[in-house]
Design a protein around this ligand. Structure first.
Ligand code: COA
Length: 260
């Protein structure tokens, strides 16, 4: 497994856990970390033994406290564009991944941290997690897809308020808004993410991957999502797992999927 400067990767029973590992800076995302997330996601795409992913932060305090403000403070109009685009690209790799990716939000998920969590397919938060897009306090706006994904998740009015005020939400408030799927005690965070992934991984992998593609199509203005859905439905009907799933139901037994 590749060794990264700012990520820890650990794989167990088909689940790859990617831990953002800059605890002394509350796991703030510098450019090197963004590049490493991009590479780690490429590994997820390429490695058939990886069936699901958990993204979390090192230490007890933060998931990710944002993009690295020391680095941001040096950006110019020219360098800022590629800074933003490289983060957007790395996070799209997460969003477009055809294997389930869950954010295990163990503390502060601010700025780029909230954006990283939102790029994941689901978010499970510990009770102490905090969410927000405080970029306006720095004279900025979210640059890693936050204006888009926060609006998709919580709706226009609330997204406007959160990004214009920079307010920080507790885990339960975030759940009430639809930003978070589940809130659990800190010691339950990783077990709950593993449990959720194991449930998804017991289903037909091709179908799961195409659910992700279909849902993402809603937010792609250049794509007809109904067409994407019908194409996916047809593709799945030609799969071995479709034969297995329907036969298992009719034979009153548990299906055993192969991803083919
Ligand atoms: N970028 C760079 N460094 C960061 C950081 C960030 N986004 N967030 C925290 N750090 C660093 C701090 O500078 C500090 O480093 P130091 O010990 O070398 O001084 C270390 O992480 C610990 O942070 P600190 O602020 O001392 O912890 P705290 O418990 O007092 O406060 C926060 C925690 C999250 C409230 C506070 O760190 C914060 O507001 N961070 C920035 C959040 C933000 O604006 N994110 C959006 C960025 S676009």
């Amino acid at each position: 497994m590749t060794i990264y400067n700012n990520l820890l990767l650990r794989q167990e029973n088909g689940i790859l856990t990617i831990t953002i590992n800059r605890a002394d800076k509350l796991n703030a995302l510098n450019s090197e970390t963004i590049n490493e997330i991009h590479s780690a996601m490429q590994q997820v795409y390429d490695d058939e033994t990886v069936q699901g992913v958990i993204i979390t932060g090192a230490g007890p305090k933060a998931f990710v406290a944002g993009a690295d403000i020391a680095e941001i403070s040096q950006l110019t109009e020219v360098t800022a564009r590629s800074f933003s685009e490289s983060g957007q690209e790395a996070f799209s790799m997460i969003e477009r991944c055809n294997k389930p990716v869950i954010a295990a939000v163990n503390g502060f998920a601010l700025g780029g941290g909230c954006e990283l969590a939102m790029a994941c397919h689901m978010r499970v938060a510990s009770t102490g997690a905090r969410f927000g897009q405080p970029e306006v306090n720095l004279g900025l706006l979210p640059g890693y897809g936050g204006t888009q994904r926060l609006t998709q998740l919580v709706g226009k009015g609330k997204a406007m308020e959160l990004m214009m005020t920079g307010d920080v939400l507790g885990a339960e408030e975030a759940k009430a808004l639809g930003l978070v799927n589940h809130v659990v005690a800190p010691e339950e965070l990783m077990p709950r993410c593993v449990e959720l992934l194991q449930k998804i991984m017991s289903k037909a992998p091709l179908a799961v991957g195409l659910v992700i593609e279909g849902v993402n199509a809603v937010y792609n203005k250049d794509e007809n999502g109904y067409q994407t859905e019908a194409n996916a439905f047809a593709r799945l009907c030609a799969s071995k797992d479709f034969v297995e799933g329907t036969s298992a139901f009719l034979e009153k037994r548990k299906a055993s999927f192969t991803g083919k």
